[in-house]
Design a protein around this ligand. Structure first.
Ligand code: DC
Length: 210
């Protein structure tokens, strides 16, 4: 079983994806981590995330199996990720790894949950389940701001909101693999607890497979 979860930044995709993977005993891949890791590497090398040569070079140098060592959850890295994600050849390099993960999930699992921006449209267009998880920008900014503060990182609500809005605009309007709901079932998490979101998705998936 392949579950594709797409949506804008900080909408709750990761939380839902992890819970669904655990519940249905599936492997889990946060594809944003791949783009963030490339962004981190470009910045580390003193490169420009919007420059195709710098970004493709970093994408090729990445070991996708080994992304745990660095902190990828700063807004600087997120912005770099969003910029290089608009470069077609970067997406091509990362696509192969994502599709291999979905085809042969690690640990002998019977399927996988992938979350990102183009999972239902490009990476796994034949996914058994497609979800589009969204929430109002102000709510997403509040949640992300709180998360950053809890990690001890410097952040202001206004800066996080501006960054999230700029990133969404870039992710939605790029020519290659833009963020869109397509034929996915939409879940708006603005007024819902993580438990309620999980229950809605679980019921939808069980309905589909019965
Ligand atoms: O999900 P995230 O916020 O960690 O993703 C960081 C950036 O990576 C996001 O702004 C756009 C890009 N991304 C993408 O283009 N396609 C994906 N499947 C996942 C992430």
């Amino acid at each position: 079983m392949i579950v594709a979860i797409d949506g804008p930044a900080a909408a709750g995709k990761g939380t839902l994806a992890k819970r669904l993977a655990e519940h249905f005993d599936l492997a889990f891949l946060d594809t944003g981590r791949l783009y963030r890791a490339v962004g981190h590497l470009v910045l580390d090398r003193g490169g420009d995330p919007g420059n195709p040569a710098d970004a493709v070079g970093a994408a090729r140098a990445l070991d996708p199996e080994n992304l745990d060592s660095v902190d990828l959850y700063t807004e600087t890295v997120a912005e770099a990720a969003s910029k290089l994600a608009a470069i077609p050849d970067v997406r091509k390099v990362l696509l192969a790894f994502q599709q291999a993960f979905a085809r042969t999930p690690p640990g002998g699992k019977p399927g996988a949950v992938l979350d990102g921006r183009d999972i239902g449209s490009v990476v796994c267009p034949d996914a058994d389940v497609k979800l589009f998880v969204t929430a109002r920008a102000e709510i997403r900014a509040e949640r992300r701001h709180k998360e950053l503060q809890e990690k001890g990182l410097k952040s202001t609500y206004a800066a996080v909101l501006a960054e999230i809005e700029a990133r969404d605009e870039r992710d939605r309007t790029r020519k290659v693999s833009p963020l869109k709901a397509g034929d996915a079932r939409e879940i708006d998490t603005s007024e819902k607890s993580p438990d309620a979101v999980f229950e809605e998705a679980r019921a939808y998936i069980e309905d589909l497979s019965s």
